[in-house]
Ligand binder design. Structure first.
Ligand code: NAP
Length: 488
Protein backbone atom coordinates (compact mmCIF):
# COMPACT_ATOMS: atom_id res chain seq x y z
CA UNK A 1 0.00 0.00 0.00
CA UNK A 2 1.40 3.41 -0.89
CA UNK A 3 2.12 6.14 1.59
CA UNK A 4 -1.13 8.00 1.06
CA UNK A 5 -3.41 5.03 0.61
CA UNK A 6 -3.99 4.95 4.34
CA UNK A 7 -5.11 8.59 4.41
CA UNK A 8 -8.72 8.03 3.46
CA UNK A 9 -11.10 10.92 3.01
CA UNK A 10 -8.36 13.19 1.75
CA UNK A 11 -9.99 16.04 -0.18
CA UNK A 12 -9.62 16.24 -3.93
CA UNK A 13 -6.85 18.78 -4.48
CA UNK A 14 -7.30 21.48 -7.07
CA UNK A 15 -4.11 21.89 -9.07
CA UNK A 16 -3.64 24.92 -11.31
CA UNK A 17 -1.47 23.91 -14.23
CA UNK A 18 0.79 26.45 -15.91
CA UNK A 19 3.42 26.13 -18.60
CA UNK A 20 5.48 28.19 -21.01
CA UNK A 21 8.73 30.17 -21.14
CA UNK A 22 10.21 31.40 -17.83
CA UNK A 23 8.95 34.99 -18.29
CA UNK A 24 5.46 33.78 -18.99
CA UNK A 25 5.59 31.42 -16.00
CA UNK A 26 6.55 34.25 -13.67
CA UNK A 27 3.48 36.25 -14.67
CA UNK A 28 1.25 33.15 -14.77
CA UNK A 29 2.32 32.26 -11.21
CA UNK A 30 1.30 35.70 -10.02
CA UNK A 31 -2.13 35.25 -11.64
CA UNK A 32 -2.96 31.83 -10.19
CA UNK A 33 -6.24 31.91 -8.27
CA UNK A 34 -5.26 31.93 -4.56
CA UNK A 35 -8.02 29.40 -3.86
CA UNK A 36 -5.97 26.76 -5.69
CA UNK A 37 -4.44 23.99 -3.52
CA UNK A 38 -1.32 23.16 -5.50
CA UNK A 39 0.35 24.53 -8.64
CA UNK A 40 1.73 22.33 -11.40
CA UNK A 41 4.69 24.08 -13.03
CA UNK A 42 5.64 22.63 -16.40
CA UNK A 43 9.40 22.97 -16.77
CA UNK A 44 9.42 21.90 -20.44
CA UNK A 45 10.76 25.31 -21.55
CA UNK A 46 12.64 26.29 -18.40
CA UNK A 47 16.46 25.94 -18.39
CA UNK A 48 17.90 24.34 -15.27
CA UNK A 49 19.34 27.65 -14.02
CA UNK A 50 15.91 29.26 -13.97
CA UNK A 51 14.21 26.44 -12.05
CA UNK A 52 15.28 27.45 -8.52
CA UNK A 53 13.78 30.96 -8.58
CA UNK A 54 10.54 29.79 -10.20
CA UNK A 55 9.88 26.90 -7.84
CA UNK A 56 10.92 28.68 -4.66
CA UNK A 57 8.68 31.71 -5.22
CA UNK A 58 5.08 30.51 -4.69
CA UNK A 59 3.72 29.82 -1.24
CA UNK A 60 1.54 26.93 -2.46
CA UNK A 61 2.87 23.37 -2.87
CA UNK A 62 4.40 22.83 -6.29
CA UNK A 63 4.10 19.84 -8.58
CA UNK A 64 7.02 19.95 -11.02
CA UNK A 65 6.84 18.23 -14.39
CA UNK A 66 8.92 18.31 -17.52
CA UNK A 67 7.09 16.66 -20.39
CA UNK A 68 8.76 15.40 -23.53
CA UNK A 69 7.12 16.00 -26.91
CA UNK A 70 6.21 12.31 -27.10
CA UNK A 71 4.33 12.72 -23.80
CA UNK A 72 2.36 15.74 -25.00
CA UNK A 73 4.81 18.39 -23.74
CA UNK A 74 7.34 20.82 -25.23
CA UNK A 75 10.64 19.46 -23.88
CA UNK A 76 13.12 18.55 -26.62
CA UNK A 77 16.37 17.84 -24.71
CA UNK A 78 17.79 14.55 -23.43
CA UNK A 79 16.99 12.63 -20.28
CA UNK A 80 20.08 13.96 -18.49
CA UNK A 81 18.86 17.54 -18.90
CA UNK A 82 15.28 16.61 -18.02
CA UNK A 83 16.38 14.79 -14.87
CA UNK A 84 18.55 17.69 -13.76
CA UNK A 85 15.66 20.18 -14.13
CA UNK A 86 13.46 17.99 -11.96
CA UNK A 87 16.25 17.44 -9.39
CA UNK A 88 16.67 21.21 -9.24
CA UNK A 89 12.93 21.55 -8.67
CA UNK A 90 13.07 19.14 -5.74
CA UNK A 91 16.05 20.96 -4.23
CA UNK A 92 14.16 24.26 -4.61
CA UNK A 93 11.28 22.89 -2.55
CA UNK A 94 8.84 21.31 -5.02
CA UNK A 95 6.51 19.08 -3.01
CA UNK A 96 5.90 16.68 -5.90
CA UNK A 97 7.71 15.49 -9.00
CA UNK A 98 5.55 14.00 -11.74
CA UNK A 99 7.29 11.27 -13.76
CA UNK A 100 5.94 9.25 -16.66
CA UNK A 101 5.46 5.56 -16.04
CA UNK A 102 8.02 3.60 -18.06
CA UNK A 103 10.43 6.51 -18.57
CA UNK A 104 14.09 6.07 -17.52
CA UNK A 105 13.74 8.81 -14.93
CA UNK A 106 11.03 6.79 -13.17
CA UNK A 107 13.56 4.03 -12.45
CA UNK A 108 15.70 6.14 -10.13
CA UNK A 109 13.31 7.82 -7.79
CA UNK A 110 15.76 8.51 -4.95
CA UNK A 111 17.47 11.28 -6.89
CA UNK A 112 14.29 13.39 -6.67
CA UNK A 113 14.08 13.17 -2.88
CA UNK A 114 12.79 14.89 -0.75
CA UNK A 115 9.93 15.57 -3.20
CA UNK A 116 7.29 12.86 -3.40
CA UNK A 117 6.53 11.15 -6.67
CA UNK A 118 3.44 11.16 -8.84
CA UNK A 119 3.75 8.35 -11.37
CA UNK A 120 1.68 9.29 -14.40
CA UNK A 121 0.39 7.72 -17.56
CA UNK A 122 -1.38 9.57 -20.38
CA UNK A 123 -3.05 8.42 -23.57
CA UNK A 124 -3.77 11.22 -26.03
CA UNK A 125 -5.65 8.96 -28.45
CA UNK A 126 -8.30 7.20 -26.44
CA UNK A 127 -9.18 5.00 -23.49
CA UNK A 128 -7.83 1.46 -23.89
CA UNK A 129 -10.14 -1.42 -22.91
CA UNK A 130 -7.50 -2.76 -20.52
CA UNK A 131 -7.23 0.44 -18.47
CA UNK A 132 -7.60 -1.48 -15.18
CA UNK A 133 -4.83 -3.94 -16.06
CA UNK A 134 -2.51 -1.08 -17.00
CA UNK A 135 -3.14 0.59 -13.70
CA UNK A 136 -2.38 -2.65 -11.84
CA UNK A 137 0.91 -2.88 -13.73
CA UNK A 138 1.76 0.72 -12.73
CA UNK A 139 1.12 -0.12 -9.12
CA UNK A 140 3.97 -2.65 -9.19
CA UNK A 141 6.37 0.33 -9.08
CA UNK A 142 7.37 1.01 -5.49
CA UNK A 143 8.12 4.33 -3.82
CA UNK A 144 5.17 6.11 -5.40
CA UNK A 145 2.96 8.45 -3.37
CA UNK A 146 0.29 9.10 -5.98
CA UNK A 147 -0.60 7.48 -9.28
CA UNK A 148 -2.08 9.44 -12.15
CA UNK A 149 -3.98 7.88 -15.06
CA UNK A 150 -5.19 10.17 -17.82
CA UNK A 151 -6.58 8.67 -21.02
CA UNK A 152 -8.68 10.56 -23.58
CA UNK A 153 -12.45 10.05 -23.49
CA UNK A 154 -14.01 9.44 -26.89
CA UNK A 155 -17.41 8.16 -25.73
CA UNK A 156 -19.55 8.12 -22.63
CA UNK A 157 -18.43 4.63 -21.66
CA UNK A 158 -14.87 5.96 -21.20
CA UNK A 159 -16.16 8.04 -18.28
CA UNK A 160 -17.48 4.87 -16.65
CA UNK A 161 -13.99 3.35 -17.00
CA UNK A 162 -12.50 6.32 -15.11
CA UNK A 163 -15.05 6.08 -12.32
CA UNK A 164 -14.50 2.31 -12.04
CA UNK A 165 -10.76 2.82 -11.70
CA UNK A 166 -11.22 5.39 -8.95
CA UNK A 167 -13.50 3.05 -7.05
CA UNK A 168 -10.69 0.55 -6.58
CA UNK A 169 -8.15 2.74 -4.85
CA UNK A 170 -7.55 5.93 -2.91
CA UNK A 171 -4.11 6.96 -4.08
CA UNK A 172 -5.09 7.75 -7.62
CA UNK A 173 -5.62 10.85 -9.68
CA UNK A 174 -7.74 9.82 -12.68
CA UNK A 175 -9.68 11.77 -15.24
CA UNK A 176 -9.98 11.94 -19.00
CA UNK A 177 -8.80 14.50 -21.54
CA UNK A 178 -10.87 15.80 -24.43
CA UNK A 179 -14.31 17.39 -24.51
CA UNK A 180 -16.05 14.19 -23.40
CA UNK A 181 -13.57 14.05 -20.53
CA UNK A 182 -14.65 17.42 -19.11
CA UNK A 183 -17.25 15.58 -16.99
CA UNK A 184 -14.52 13.54 -15.29
CA UNK A 185 -12.71 16.75 -14.31
CA UNK A 186 -15.83 18.28 -12.78
CA UNK A 187 -16.79 15.04 -11.05
CA UNK A 188 -13.30 14.32 -9.65
CA UNK A 189 -14.38 15.06 -6.04
CA UNK A 190 -17.54 12.96 -6.48
CA UNK A 191 -15.64 9.94 -7.79
CA UNK A 192 -12.75 10.22 -5.32
CA UNK A 193 -9.88 11.37 -7.51
CA UNK A 194 -7.09 12.65 -5.25
CA UNK A 195 -6.63 15.75 -7.38
CA UNK A 196 -7.73 17.46 -10.56
CA UNK A 197 -5.80 19.73 -12.88
CA UNK A 198 -7.33 22.99 -14.02
CA UNK A 199 -6.21 25.80 -16.28
CA UNK A 200 -4.32 28.17 -13.99
CA UNK A 201 -3.65 30.89 -16.52
CA UNK A 202 -5.42 32.04 -19.63
CA UNK A 203 -4.37 28.98 -21.64
CA UNK A 204 -5.21 25.35 -20.87
CA UNK A 205 -2.21 22.97 -20.73
CA UNK A 206 -4.26 19.93 -21.79
CA UNK A 207 -7.32 19.29 -23.99
CA UNK A 208 -10.62 19.79 -22.16
CA UNK A 209 -9.07 21.48 -19.13
CA UNK A 210 -11.57 23.63 -17.20
CA UNK A 211 -10.43 26.82 -15.47
CA UNK A 212 -9.87 27.00 -11.72
CA UNK A 213 -12.52 29.74 -11.51
CA UNK A 214 -15.15 27.68 -13.35
CA UNK A 215 -14.55 24.63 -11.14
CA UNK A 216 -14.81 26.66 -7.95
CA UNK A 217 -17.50 29.18 -8.82
CA UNK A 218 -19.69 27.48 -11.37
CA UNK A 219 -19.38 23.82 -10.36
CA UNK A 220 -18.89 24.41 -6.60
CA UNK A 221 -15.90 22.09 -6.56
CA UNK A 222 -15.37 22.43 -2.79
CA UNK A 223 -18.83 21.22 -1.90
CA UNK A 224 -18.93 18.20 -4.23
CA UNK A 225 -18.65 14.80 -2.56
CA UNK A 226 -19.63 11.17 -3.24
CA UNK A 227 -23.10 12.11 -1.90
CA UNK A 228 -23.63 14.81 -4.57
CA UNK A 229 -26.39 13.94 -7.05
CA UNK A 230 -25.59 14.32 -10.70
CA UNK A 231 -27.43 15.74 -13.70
CA UNK A 232 -26.07 17.08 -16.93
CA UNK A 233 -26.29 18.05 -20.54
CA UNK A 234 -25.92 15.61 -23.41
CA UNK A 235 -25.03 16.95 -26.85
CA UNK A 236 -22.19 18.15 -29.03
CA UNK A 237 -20.63 20.66 -29.09
CA UNK A 238 -21.34 22.00 -25.60
CA UNK A 239 -18.50 24.48 -25.16
CA UNK A 240 -20.74 27.57 -25.30
CA UNK A 241 -23.86 26.19 -23.66
CA UNK A 242 -25.36 28.33 -20.91
CA UNK A 243 -27.16 25.37 -19.31
CA UNK A 244 -24.38 24.37 -16.87
CA UNK A 245 -24.21 27.92 -15.57
CA UNK A 246 -28.00 28.13 -15.27
CA UNK A 247 -28.59 24.81 -13.51
CA UNK A 248 -25.59 25.00 -11.20
CA UNK A 249 -26.50 28.53 -10.13
CA UNK A 250 -30.00 27.26 -9.37
CA UNK A 251 -28.66 24.38 -7.25
CA UNK A 252 -26.45 26.83 -5.39
CA UNK A 253 -29.33 29.26 -4.81
CA UNK A 254 -31.41 26.52 -3.19
CA UNK A 255 -28.40 24.92 -1.44
CA UNK A 256 -29.07 21.61 -3.17
CA UNK A 257 -26.25 19.06 -3.17
CA UNK A 258 -26.51 18.58 -6.92
CA UNK A 259 -24.20 19.28 -9.82
CA UNK A 260 -24.95 19.74 -13.52
CA UNK A 261 -22.19 18.53 -15.83
CA UNK A 262 -21.53 18.74 -19.59
CA UNK A 263 -21.58 15.22 -21.07
CA UNK A 264 -20.32 15.94 -24.55
CA UNK A 265 -20.74 12.95 -26.81
CA UNK A 266 -20.77 12.22 -30.51
CA UNK A 267 -23.35 9.48 -30.10
CA UNK A 268 -26.02 8.33 -27.67
CA UNK A 269 -24.97 4.71 -28.11
CA UNK A 270 -23.90 4.12 -24.49
CA UNK A 271 -26.38 6.47 -22.84
CA UNK A 272 -28.53 3.89 -21.09
CA UNK A 273 -25.69 1.96 -19.44
CA UNK A 274 -23.85 5.20 -18.76
CA UNK A 275 -26.69 6.83 -16.81
CA UNK A 276 -27.37 3.67 -14.84
CA UNK A 277 -23.72 2.83 -14.10
CA UNK A 278 -22.87 6.37 -12.97
CA UNK A 279 -26.24 6.94 -11.26
CA UNK A 280 -26.92 10.11 -13.24
CA UNK A 281 -30.35 11.31 -12.10
CA UNK A 282 -31.27 13.12 -15.29
CA UNK A 283 -29.93 14.76 -18.41
CA UNK A 284 -30.97 17.59 -20.65
CA UNK A 285 -30.59 16.65 -24.31
CA UNK A 286 -29.54 19.14 -26.94
CA UNK A 287 -28.35 19.14 -30.55
CA UNK A 288 -27.83 16.79 -32.30
CA UNK A 289 -29.31 14.05 -30.08
CA UNK A 290 -32.92 15.06 -29.36
CA UNK A 291 -34.30 12.55 -31.84
CA UNK A 292 -31.77 9.71 -31.53
CA UNK A 293 -32.22 9.42 -27.76
CA UNK A 294 -35.70 7.99 -28.23
CA UNK A 295 -34.16 4.59 -28.93
CA UNK A 296 -32.52 4.60 -25.47
CA UNK A 297 -35.74 5.24 -23.55
CA UNK A 298 -37.90 2.77 -21.63
CA UNK A 299 -40.84 5.17 -21.42
CA UNK A 300 -41.79 8.51 -22.89
CA UNK A 301 -44.52 11.06 -22.29
CA UNK A 302 -47.03 11.19 -25.19
CA UNK A 303 -45.71 14.57 -26.35
CA UNK A 304 -42.26 13.05 -26.97
CA UNK A 305 -43.86 10.49 -29.25
CA UNK A 306 -45.87 13.22 -31.07
CA UNK A 307 -42.85 15.47 -31.60
CA UNK A 308 -40.37 12.66 -32.17
CA UNK A 309 -37.93 14.46 -29.87
CA UNK A 310 -36.99 14.47 -26.18
CA UNK A 311 -34.96 17.21 -24.50
CA UNK A 312 -35.03 15.66 -21.02
CA UNK A 313 -34.35 12.18 -19.66
CA UNK A 314 -35.05 11.21 -16.09
CA UNK A 315 -33.62 7.99 -14.63
CA UNK A 316 -35.63 6.11 -12.09
CA UNK A 317 -33.65 3.10 -10.90
CA UNK A 318 -32.75 1.24 -14.08
CA UNK A 319 -35.38 2.88 -16.29
CA UNK A 320 -35.12 5.98 -18.47
CA UNK A 321 -38.13 8.18 -19.20
CA UNK A 322 -38.15 10.85 -21.90
CA UNK A 323 -39.85 14.24 -21.60
CA UNK A 324 -40.13 17.30 -23.78
CA UNK A 325 -40.07 20.58 -21.88
CA UNK A 326 -39.29 22.63 -25.02
CA UNK A 327 -42.82 22.67 -26.38
CA UNK A 328 -44.61 24.05 -23.31
CA UNK A 329 -41.74 26.49 -22.70
CA UNK A 330 -42.00 27.73 -26.30
CA UNK A 331 -45.71 28.43 -26.04
CA UNK A 332 -46.08 29.72 -22.48
CA UNK A 333 -44.46 33.16 -23.11
CA UNK A 334 -46.62 33.57 -26.22
CA UNK A 335 -49.84 32.73 -24.38
CA UNK A 336 -48.90 35.32 -21.78
CA UNK A 337 -48.54 37.98 -24.50
CA UNK A 338 -51.44 37.46 -26.91
CA UNK A 339 -54.57 35.34 -27.30
CA UNK A 340 -53.59 32.67 -29.84
CA UNK A 341 -57.04 31.63 -31.03
CA UNK A 342 -57.51 32.32 -34.80
CA UNK A 343 -54.08 33.89 -35.23
CA UNK A 344 -52.30 33.52 -38.57
CA UNK A 345 -48.75 32.44 -37.73
CA UNK A 346 -45.63 32.29 -39.86
CA UNK A 347 -42.93 29.90 -38.74
CA UNK A 348 -39.41 30.66 -40.02
CA UNK A 349 -37.27 27.53 -40.06
CA UNK A 350 -38.17 23.85 -40.02
CA UNK A 351 -35.59 22.41 -37.61
CA UNK A 352 -35.91 20.89 -34.15
CA UNK A 353 -37.24 24.00 -32.41
CA UNK A 354 -39.76 24.69 -35.19
CA UNK A 355 -41.30 21.23 -34.69
CA UNK A 356 -42.68 22.13 -31.27
CA UNK A 357 -44.47 25.18 -32.71
CA UNK A 358 -45.67 23.30 -35.78
CA UNK A 359 -47.37 20.62 -33.70
CA UNK A 360 -48.57 22.74 -30.77
CA UNK A 361 -49.88 25.95 -32.37
CA UNK A 362 -52.74 24.31 -34.32
CA UNK A 363 -53.93 22.88 -30.97
CA UNK A 364 -54.15 26.49 -29.76
CA UNK A 365 -56.39 27.46 -32.68
CA UNK A 366 -53.71 29.02 -34.92
CA UNK A 367 -53.28 28.68 -38.67
CA UNK A 368 -49.61 28.03 -39.31
CA UNK A 369 -47.46 28.34 -42.44
CA UNK A 370 -43.85 27.21 -42.35
CA UNK A 371 -41.13 28.84 -44.50
CA UNK A 372 -37.69 27.30 -44.66
CA UNK A 373 -34.48 27.89 -46.58
CA UNK A 374 -34.57 24.27 -47.74
CA UNK A 375 -38.03 23.90 -49.20
CA UNK A 376 -38.13 20.11 -48.92
CA UNK A 377 -37.77 20.33 -45.17
CA UNK A 378 -40.64 22.84 -44.92
CA UNK A 379 -42.83 20.50 -46.97
CA UNK A 380 -41.93 17.51 -44.81
CA UNK A 381 -42.71 19.33 -41.55
CA UNK A 382 -45.94 20.74 -42.97
CA UNK A 383 -47.01 17.27 -43.98
CA UNK A 384 -46.19 15.72 -40.59
CA UNK A 385 -47.79 18.47 -38.50
CA UNK A 386 -50.77 19.14 -40.80
CA UNK A 387 -49.87 22.79 -41.43
CA UNK A 388 -49.22 24.82 -44.62
CA UNK A 389 -45.85 25.64 -46.17
CA UNK A 390 -44.70 28.48 -48.40
CA UNK A 391 -41.83 29.41 -50.71
CA UNK A 392 -39.30 31.62 -48.91
CA UNK A 393 -39.70 34.63 -51.23
CA UNK A 394 -43.50 34.51 -51.05
CA UNK A 395 -43.24 35.55 -47.42
CA UNK A 396 -42.57 39.08 -48.71
CA UNK A 397 -46.28 39.50 -49.44
CA UNK A 398 -47.88 37.00 -47.05
CA UNK A 399 -50.01 38.70 -44.39
CA UNK A 400 -49.66 37.33 -40.85
CA UNK A 401 -50.36 38.27 -37.22
CA UNK A 402 -47.39 36.60 -35.63
CA UNK A 403 -43.94 35.61 -36.93
CA UNK A 404 -41.89 33.04 -35.01
CA UNK A 405 -38.21 32.97 -35.97
CA UNK A 406 -36.53 29.62 -35.22
CA UNK A 407 -33.40 29.73 -37.41
CA UNK A 408 -29.98 30.43 -35.83
CA UNK A 409 -29.55 33.58 -37.97
CA UNK A 410 -28.65 36.51 -35.68
CA UNK A 411 -27.19 34.30 -32.95
CA UNK A 412 -23.88 35.10 -31.29
CA UNK A 413 -21.35 35.83 -32.77
CA UNK A 414 -23.06 36.90 -36.03
CA UNK A 415 -25.40 39.23 -34.22
CA UNK A 416 -25.95 41.71 -37.06
CA UNK A 417 -27.56 39.15 -39.39
CA UNK A 418 -31.31 38.91 -40.04
CA UNK A 419 -33.08 35.91 -41.58
CA UNK A 420 -35.50 38.12 -43.57
CA UNK A 421 -35.39 41.75 -44.74
CA UNK A 422 -36.86 44.42 -42.49
CA UNK A 423 -39.64 45.10 -45.03
CA UNK A 424 -41.05 41.60 -44.54
CA UNK A 425 -41.84 42.31 -40.90
CA UNK A 426 -45.47 43.07 -40.11
CA UNK A 427 -48.27 41.83 -37.87
CA UNK A 428 -48.62 42.41 -34.15
CA UNK A 429 -45.78 40.35 -32.68
CA UNK A 430 -42.34 39.05 -33.76
CA UNK A 431 -41.05 36.20 -31.56
CA UNK A 432 -37.36 35.36 -32.00
CA UNK A 433 -36.43 32.28 -29.97
CA UNK A 434 -32.70 33.07 -30.03
CA UNK A 435 -31.56 33.84 -26.45
CA UNK A 436 -27.93 34.75 -27.06
CA UNK A 437 -28.21 37.66 -27.51
CA UNK A 438 -31.69 38.27 -26.14
CA UNK A 439 -32.10 41.32 -28.38
CA UNK A 440 -31.43 40.23 -31.95
CA UNK A 441 -31.15 42.48 -35.01
CA UNK A 442 -34.53 41.11 -36.11
CA UNK A 443 -36.22 42.23 -32.90
CA UNK A 444 -34.61 45.67 -33.15
CA UNK A 445 -35.88 46.00 -36.72
CA UNK A 446 -39.37 44.91 -35.68
CA UNK A 447 -39.50 47.49 -32.92
CA UNK A 448 -38.35 50.20 -35.31
CA UNK A 449 -41.43 49.34 -37.38
CA UNK A 450 -43.66 49.63 -34.33
CA UNK A 451 -44.17 45.87 -33.95
CA UNK A 452 -44.11 44.25 -30.52
CA UNK A 453 -41.38 41.69 -29.81
CA UNK A 454 -40.68 38.64 -27.66
CA UNK A 455 -37.18 37.20 -27.13
CA UNK A 456 -36.06 33.62 -26.46
CA UNK A 457 -34.96 34.00 -22.84
CA UNK A 458 -38.32 33.10 -21.28
CA UNK A 459 -38.46 29.99 -23.44
CA UNK A 460 -34.95 28.96 -22.44
CA UNK A 461 -35.65 29.54 -18.76
CA UNK A 462 -38.99 27.75 -19.06
CA UNK A 463 -37.52 24.56 -20.51
CA UNK A 464 -34.63 24.58 -18.03
CA UNK A 465 -36.90 25.22 -15.04
CA UNK A 466 -39.15 22.31 -16.03
CA UNK A 467 -36.06 20.08 -16.35
CA UNK A 468 -34.80 21.20 -12.97
CA UNK A 469 -38.15 20.24 -11.44
CA UNK A 470 -38.21 16.86 -13.19
CA UNK A 471 -34.70 16.08 -11.95
CA UNK A 472 -34.98 17.29 -8.35
CA UNK A 473 -38.70 17.40 -7.53
CA UNK A 474 -38.08 20.92 -6.17
CA UNK A 475 -39.58 24.17 -7.54
CA UNK A 476 -37.04 25.89 -9.78
CA UNK A 477 -35.76 29.36 -8.79
CA UNK A 478 -37.09 30.98 -11.97
CA UNK A 479 -36.10 34.51 -10.96
CA UNK A 480 -32.50 33.45 -10.46
CA UNK A 481 -32.58 31.65 -13.80
CA UNK A 482 -33.94 34.74 -15.52
CA UNK A 483 -31.25 36.90 -13.96
CA UNK A 484 -28.48 34.50 -15.03
CA UNK A 485 -29.75 34.49 -18.61
CA UNK A 486 -30.19 38.24 -18.83
CA UNK A 487 -26.75 39.04 -17.46
CA UNK A 488 -24.66 36.80 -19.78
P1 NAP B 1 -31.84 23.11 -36.26
O1 NAP B 1 -32.62 21.88 -35.96
O2 NAP B 1 -30.45 22.97 -36.74
O3 NAP B 1 -32.67 23.94 -37.38
C1 NAP B 1 -32.18 25.14 -37.90
C2 NAP B 1 -33.19 25.71 -38.88
O4 NAP B 1 -32.74 27.00 -39.28
C3 NAP B 1 -33.35 24.89 -40.16
O5 NAP B 1 -34.67 24.98 -40.60
C4 NAP B 1 -32.39 25.60 -41.12
O6 NAP B 1 -32.79 25.52 -42.46
C5 NAP B 1 -32.55 27.03 -40.70
N1 NAP B 1 -31.36 27.80 -41.02
C6 NAP B 1 -30.10 27.57 -40.57
N2 NAP B 1 -29.26 28.50 -41.08
C7 NAP B 1 -30.00 29.32 -41.86
C8 NAP B 1 -29.71 30.45 -42.66
N3 NAP B 1 -28.46 30.93 -42.73
N4 NAP B 1 -30.71 31.06 -43.31
C9 NAP B 1 -31.97 30.58 -43.24
N5 NAP B 1 -32.32 29.49 -42.51
C10 NAP B 1 -31.35 28.88 -41.84
O7 NAP B 1 -31.78 24.07 -34.99
P2 NAP B 1 -32.87 24.26 -33.83
O8 NAP B 1 -32.65 23.31 -32.73
O9 NAP B 1 -34.21 24.28 -34.44
O10 NAP B 1 -32.43 25.68 -33.24
C11 NAP B 1 -32.55 26.83 -34.03
C12 NAP B 1 -32.37 28.09 -33.20
O11 NAP B 1 -33.31 28.12 -32.13
C13 NAP B 1 -31.01 28.24 -32.54
O12 NAP B 1 -30.62 29.57 -32.68
C14 NAP B 1 -31.24 27.93 -31.10
O13 NAP B 1 -30.37 28.62 -30.25
C15 NAP B 1 -32.66 28.42 -30.92
N6 NAP B 1 -33.33 27.70 -29.83
C16 NAP B 1 -33.76 28.42 -28.76
C17 NAP B 1 -34.37 27.78 -27.70
C18 NAP B 1 -34.82 28.56 -26.51
O14 NAP B 1 -35.04 27.95 -25.47
N7 NAP B 1 -34.98 29.86 -26.59
C19 NAP B 1 -34.58 26.39 -27.76
C20 NAP B 1 -34.16 25.68 -28.89
C21 NAP B 1 -33.53 26.36 -29.93
P3 NAP B 1 -32.29 24.35 -43.44
O15 NAP B 1 -33.31 23.25 -43.30
O16 NAP B 1 -32.28 24.97 -44.77
O17 NAP B 1 -30.92 23.92 -42.96
Amino acid sequence: MSELASQKNEPCRLIASIGGEPDHLVSALSLVDPRTDWIEVRLDQVPKDAVQSLIAAPSLPIVATCRRKQDGGQFEGDEIERGSRLEAASRAGAAWIDLEWGSDLARHLQRFSPARIILSWHDFNGTPPDLGARFQAMRAVSGISLFKVVPTARRLHDLVAIRDLLRETDDLIAFAMGETGVASRVLAPVWGSRAIYAAGAEQATAPGQVSVGALLDQYRFRSLSPRTRMSGLLGRPLGHSLSPRLHNKSYATLSLDWVYVPFESESVEDLRDFMIALEISGVSVTLPHKEQVLSELDEMEPLVRDLGAANTIVRSGGRLRGHNTDAEAALAPLRRRIPLQDKKVVLLGAGGAARAFAFMLPREGCTVTVYNRTEERAKALACQAGIAWGRWNDLAADPYDLLIQTTPVGMHPRVEEMPVPREWLRGSLIYDIIYNPAETALLRAARSRGIETLDGVDMFVGQAAAQFELFTGVNAPRETMNRVMRTV
